[in-house]
Design a protein around this ligand. Structure first.
Ligand SMILES: [Zn+2]
Length: 451
């Protein structure tokens, strides 16, 4: 049945343009597509009548008029390692390369056991959906069966997901790697086949080609994946310039290119369906190359701070026309929440400004744009997701600030504008405020999911 969502609507139209509509209605048809957005209306029924929806042909979902609540687009997590979820918060004093060997590879190797995969993947999907993440770009592990299971579970839970089987045939531990190039190729094709079988049009779950990073792949594997992406139009995700030791390692391994971005480019992996995580230490030339190819950056501020990797210059990327979204990078990042990650992005941009250059600062409007529209752009889905414009899909969350056990204390006399409420949410809110979550027009999670 069609549905009219009525109440306060908050969504991003452009980088610094967060639209707050206190009495709006969104009409969503049976397949979850937004048919109309009435920015100012007195009731759901008035909007329905205006758009010739007969009485009885639609249901109404209102934000509670007695509560401080609003509809907000679902979040995009453009970079998350589903398999690393048990390690959130565990990184000690490590930096990237020793963190991989101490914490990450031992955990990921345990996903040969499907019981482990089932347990962890079920929990990470429930946790991220409950935090309002309606689309996630997941890394799984090298294991084919476990990766297929992640796709099955995401589809069943109704979370949009890119599912990446990690390719790593070089410079990786013996106990956790692709033994040969052929092994990596075969396993990659098997995962694509499975996901295409369970979701033929890749509407909810989509395979994503995943060379772990240039330092763990042979040139042959990188170039095979590049060719496969060209032939199949499948998206690509990988890491770039996270840590200076890693940058040097890539330079010494892949001498056929003159930069880290150049390695991916020479192998056909840099295009407009490519998600590059981190981009902390890019050069001006690499930024220009990435902008020219139309690839997107997954900015992971919590991870970059935890692993002491550095501080990504987001404004510097945006100024060159590079697409940017947010990633939790679980478990380099310690939080599965994109709201928390947006908060961290705002703080990291201020750290960059402490040298005196104010141009690095990101505003509340800007980080919430990166969390939604920016993420949709990076994932190649901005024509159908990211905000509530007609023609897009209803992927949304109902945020209630004064819900039971809310972490946000509201003092109504202090709040002059709706923008103040959004600021309170960004800095103090968490998943307790996520009362309902919809993907493709279907209710899939939230604290009121079962009511
Ligand atoms: Zn990562």
């Amino acid at each position: 049945m069609r549905t009219v969502y009525f109440g306060t609507i908050v969504h991003s139209l452009a980088l610094a343009d967060l639209q707050v509509l206190p009495s709006a209605a969104v009409g969503v048809d049976e397949d979850g597509t937004i048919e109309f957005l009435d920015p100012n209306t007195r009731s759901a029924e008035a909007s329905a009548e205006k758009h010739s929806w007969p009485v009885g042909s639609y249901s109404v979902v209102s934000s509670d008029p007695a509560s401080v609540s609003f509809f907000f687009p679902g979040f995009f997590d453009t970079h998350i390692h589903a398999s690393q979820y048990p390690n959130v918060g565990l990184f000690g004093k490590t930096t990237l390369l020793d963190w991989l060997n101490s914490y990450t590879f031992p955990l990921e190797s345990s996903f040969a056991d499907l019981k482990v995969a089932d347990n962890v993947y079920s929990r990470v999907i429930a946790r991220t959906l409950g935090n309002g993440t309606t689309t996630a770009a997941y890394y799984a592990t090298v294991h084919t069966a476990g990766t297929n299971l992640l796709a099955d579970l995401a589809l069943k839970a109704g979370q949009r997901a890119f599912i990446g089987r990690c390719c790593m045939d070089a410079n990786s531990p013996d106990y956790y790697c692709d033994k040969t190039l052929e092994d990596a190729q075969k396993a990659t094709l098997e995962v694509i086949e499975h996901i295409t079988k369970i979701d033929p049009n890749h509407d909810i779950v989509c395979p994503i080609l995943t060379p772990r990073f240039a330092a763990s792949c042979s040139k042959e594997l990188l170039c095979w994946l590049g060719k496969l992406s060209t032939n199949t139009n499948l998206p690509v995700q990988t890491h770039i310039s996270e840590n200076m030791l890693e940058v040097e390692l890539v330079k010494s391994m892949h001498t056929f290119a003159d930069s880290y971005a150049g390695v991916y480019d020479k192998c056909g992996l840099l295009h407009d369906q490519t998600i590059l995580a981190h981009a902390v230490h890019l050069t001006d030339d690499e930024r220009a190359l990435i902008a020219k190819r139309g690839s997107g950056i997954a900015h992971c501020p919590a991870s970059n701070s935890a692993l002491t990797s550095g501080e990504t210059r987001v404004k510097w990327l945006l100024d060159a026309g590079v697409k940017v979204g947010l990633g939790t990078d679980v478990s380099g990042g310690f939080t599965p929440s994109i709201l928390h990650t947006a908060r961290q992005a705002l703080l990291v941009s201020r750290h960059l400004s402490m040298e005196g250059d104010e141009s690095h600062k990101l505003s509340i409007e800007e980080v919430l744009h990166l969390a939604t529209v920016g993420g949709a752009e990076v994932c190649g889905l901005s024509n159908k997701l990211g905000n509530f414009l007609p023609g897009k899909k209803w992927d949304a969350q109902l945020i209630t600030l004064d819900c039971k056990n809310s972490p946000v204390d509201i003092f109504p006399w202090e709040l002059k504008t709706h923008e103040d409420l959004v600021a309170k949410w960004l800095f103090n809110g968490d998943d307790r405020n996520v009362t309902k979550v919809w993907v493709d027009g279907k209710l899939v999670a939230g604290t009121a999911f079962t009511s």
